[in-house]
Design a protein around this ligand. Structure first.
Ligand code: GLA
Length: 506
């Protein structure tokens, strides 16, 4: 009897599912810990199964340009504005179940595709979206005066790589505590930077508010300052941030004042949805707007541009008031990502770096668990040669001694913060073996003998490739050991994906 009833129920559900149409509006929460932000899918399916409509998330809008639906299975293509005046297509798949639409969202970066469950808002065919309003075009701007900050590459910590949306007041306080107790602060790490997902809506006067994860930003800043550290925050020149939270578009001056009032010392400003409102060529002016606002805010605020290296940022980043600017897309905690960003996308940018203005190959992944210690030493050494900002991205409350040693090696950090402020270059490359070198203030050289290959390899730094001759004393920076004097070259056996990092005296 029970079995018959159960079979009947299943049959009824199947009939209901096949009878319903995906046409209508569907909604899902944009993230598990946030009630405010929603993603809406609007679908219009013709009797022949052709799909039109759109997907609206806080930070993007995808117009469905083609798609078919058959037997409750949907496949369609969404198109959105990409960062540089191009369109980006994304493939969606969905399954219609009783009262639910299970949509497979295309993967972002290295994350696997995510299946989201949408519930029905209505069954009416949605109206087509009106055409997008014209974008703000490039405008002349007054170059922003140098704020006098970041004479050496900024050092500190940022929440994104490890915590993503799970950062909150307590985490930031505990990280600040750990920064001091672990010795990171003594090694030079200063900024504690909150990345995306702290924002809420604006009040009736347009002032940005924090969400419930950050009950009182001023108090948090006081706490961090009380430890002798500085506090950083994050926003976007667009209406929404990359994670879909409130951005600073048309509130630049007001937000800079709010940050100053809270006691903020560092702003990372991330292009994200700005692509929806600005032409790509308007990027320098959009960044200069916030640069000028920060300068007028009455507080020293380091300005970090995050626009993935677009529009030849090295050529205008400093003029927009930037102390540093990202040069690539997002890093992840994998060797391939480190190799791609560090070794393949940095050479040639050295001409743009100088004291106060740095190329930013993205934050550190050291200690996040996806790479070996040898790979993390490569990360740290290469970043130091590149005069890169050193923003740890791991959980400092729970840090292995070997990782702490990598992050706090004073001789390596001294290379990164060398007073000459001259970014290093690749001196030689043979297949997967590379030597990178940086000229230091006292006339010495920091040389990284890198092995990107799969087996231990002998790597040689030839004096002729470094532009020097004669006999020079060599010191191993990881081992804190003098290796003696060498003429013409220095060679070492370097483990797979590892580095031997040396200082070659004048
Ligand atoms: C972009 C940035 C990242 C991080 C996230 C936050 O992807 O490049 O560094 O700030 O946004 O949403």
């Amino acid at each position: 009897m029970k079995l018959i009833r159960y079979t009947a129920m299943l049959l009824a559900a199947a009939i209901a599912a096949s009878a319903q149409s995906p046409t209508g509006r569907w909604v899902a929460k944009a993230s598990s810990d946030d009630e405010v932000r929603e993603i809406v899918v609007a679908l219009n399916v013709s009797p022949e199964g052709a799909i039109s409509g759109y997907i609206q998330a806080p930070q993007y809008e995808d117009r469905i340009v083609e798609g078919t639906a058959k037997d409750g299975k949907l496949a369609f293509v969404g198109e959105r504005d990409a960062n540089n005046n191009t369109k980006q297509k994304r493939n969606y798949n969905a399954v219609l179940e009783v009262g639910k639409l299970k949509l497979t969202m295309p993967s972002r970066g290295n994350q696997p595709p995510q299946v989201m469950e949408f519930t029905r808002l209505s069954s009416e065919a949605p109206k087509p979206l009106p055409p997008a309003p014209p974008k703000i075009s490039a405008a002349a701007y007054t170059p922003v005066k140098y704020n006098g900050l970041a004479k050496t590459p900024p050092m500190g910590w940022n929440s994104w790589n490890k915590f993503r949306g799970k950062v909150n007041d307590q985490v930031v306080r505990e990280i600040a505590d750990a920064m001091v107790s672990s010795g990171m602060k003594d090694a030079g790490y200063l900024y504690v930077n909150i990345d995306d997902t702290w924002e809420s809506t604006r009040d009736e006067r347009g002032n940005i508010r924090t969400n419930s994860k950050f009950p009182d930003m001023k108090k948090l800043a006081d706490y961090v300052h009380g430890k002798g550290l500085k506090l950083g925050i994050y926003s976007s020149p667009g209406p929404k941030t990359c994670a879909g939270y409130e951005g600073s578009f048309q509130h630049e001056t007001q937000d800079a004042k709010t940050y100053a009032a809270w006691g903020i010392d560092y702003l990372k400003y991330d292009w994200c949805s700005a692509a929806r409102v600005y032409e790509a060529s308007a990027m320098p002016a959009a960044y200069a707007k916030m640069g000028a606002a920060l300068l007028d805010s009455g507080r020293d605020i380091v300005y970090s541009l995050c626009q993935y290296g677009l529009e030849n940022v090295g050529e205008w980043g400093a003029k927009a008031g930037g102390n540093l600017w990202r040069t690539t897309g997002d890093i992840s905690d994998r060797w391939q990502s480190l190799e791609n960003i560090g070794f393949k996308q940095q050479a040639g940018r050295e001409k743009f770096a100088a004291a106060g203005h740095w190329n930013d190959p993205d934050m550190l992944e050291i200690g996040n668990g996806g790479m070996t210690d040898a790979e993390y030493r490569t990360h740290m050494a290469l970043w130091s040669i590149l005069a890169a900002p050193l923003l740890a991205g791991n959980d400092l409350r729970d840090i292995k001694p070997s990782i702490l040693q990598i992050l706090t090696n004073k001789e390596v950090i001294a290379v990164d913060r060398d007073a000459l402020g001259k970014q290093g270059v690749r001196a030689s490359q043979e297949d997967t073996v590379e030597v990178w070198v940086r000229t230091l203030a006292d006339g010495a050289y920091a040389a990284g003998l890198f092995n990107r290959g799969d087996a231990t390899a002998k790597v040689t730094a030839k004096w002729s490739d470094l532009g020097i001759s004669g006999s020079h004393a060599v010191r191993d920076l990881w081992e804190h050991a003098d290796r003696g004097k060498f003429t013409d070259a220095f060679s070492a056996d370097v483990p797979s994906h590892g580095v031997v990092f040396v200082r070659i005296a004048k």
